[in-house]
Write a protein that binds this ligand. Sequence first.
Ligand SMILES: Nc1ncnc2c1ncn2[C@@H]1O[C@H](COP(=O)(O)OP(=O)(O)OP(=O)(O)O)[C@@H](O)[C@H]1O
Ligand SMILES: [Mg+2]
Length: 463
Amino acid sequence: MDYKNILKLISENLYCGIFIVDKNGKVIFYNQSINDLAGLNVENAVGKHMLEIFPKLTEETSTILRTLKTGEGLKNYVQNYYNYQDKRVTILSSTVPYYENGQLEGVVEIFSDVDKYNNMSQSKSSKSFMENTIYTLDDIIGNSKGKKELKNKIKKTANSNSPVLVYGETGTGKELVVQCLHSESTRRNKPFIAQNCAAIPSTLFESILFGTALGSFTGAKDSKGLIEAAEGGTLFLDEINSMDITLQAKLLRFLQEGYIRRLGENKCHEVDVRVIAALNEDPYDAIEAGTLRKDLFYRLSVINFSLPPLRENKKDIVEISNYFLNFFNNKLNKEIKGFSDEVLEFFKSYDWPGNVRELKHSIEYAVNITESSFISKSDLPDYFKLKNKKINVVEIDELKTDDSSSFMSLSEQVDQFERKVIINALKQYDCNISKTSKKLGLPRQTLYYKMDKLSIKMDKTLD
Ligand SMILES: Nc1ncnc2c1ncn2[C@@H]1O[C@H](COP(=O)(O)OP(=O)(O)OP(=O)(O)O)[C@@H](O)[C@H]1O
Ligand SMILES: [Mg+2]
């Protein structure tokens, strides 16, 4: 088999650019995709030196020439640049040295167009967040003691530069609090950049957070990371426990030193950014699960906010409900006067697994749907009607007493225990299979299988 021809065939059919230079920096191979990504309009680049083809690069700024010099590759390196058509492109490159008998013989660079990830790149996220209005303290509704304390704490801590950790279940208002910390601070006219750590593949995150210093095709000018892009302002890292644990260590270093170094660069940059992180599980559970570094946790939680779930904060329910009723009346041009007593009672007794967001959406739905001037229970979303569905446990071991359990085999006792755990979780999540399986760390199919095996049946009759 002629591997050269096969390699050529593969490279011609890949939507990936391949560029190979020898130890002197002269091009020995490149494929068609380079033309699309770099606009390589040199008739035949083979045999020419890198700097002849890309005159804007230098020995110091080229990914390939640097790798030739240092012998160290660069993996998963994100670059933004303007191509020959003046179109902004984002590429992901890996620059790999190749050795023969211990001698550096050349460098291979492989890259792909990652414009599909563009919504994660710094320019877009900062732009979209800066275009949005930022919440202020007046947007936090509730007059309970807890809410007053929350607002006071925001006011007191807004102007500190210490990092902040905010945690609370989904929909409890974490983003609201974070935005208030920014809008209450003297940083308010500087960028507020929010990035969900779960949204970026971990291989790209380091480049996106810290920026990059070298380029493949043009001089690297546009390579700020999120931290630098937030200069003077606030960087909000949501779902911090989704960030790769080794990257968490690098973030910690930045928090301790106040300096960053772009990937591929030796120079440090001092950056003045307030970092706020959030997570929607108890940080101690995240530490236990190995998704949050303990040392980062201690550094981040110099100031921390723990937002209670709505079911533990029932005093605010009526006020928040009235606020959203008014809000959606205005938005939808309606004049609904209030809620029936039954609805308010229901609101106070319900668990609100989705917290304030769920309450808000329920009211939006009801305001849309109601035909009377008071919202009644029948105007609420259908899934509330399933709320009272009962877990009808078919007791296969009904006759067994605690005493007899000691005669059960280990696997029977394990089954019984497993059954209890599943039933409790189902009750907690109102028979919602997705949430229950997530909580138990089981795929949905496995949960269904276990429910079947352990004779756990749900009675889905409506009330
Ligand atoms: N106290 C409050 N007063 C008014 N609105 C609130 C309050 N708490 C939350 N909200 C509203 O509830 C919705 C959800 O809040 P937010 O996005 O801040 O939650 P979150 O904790 O970040 O949730 P997630 O973990 O799902 O991202 C938003 O529309 C927010 O404005
Ligand atoms: Mg949020």
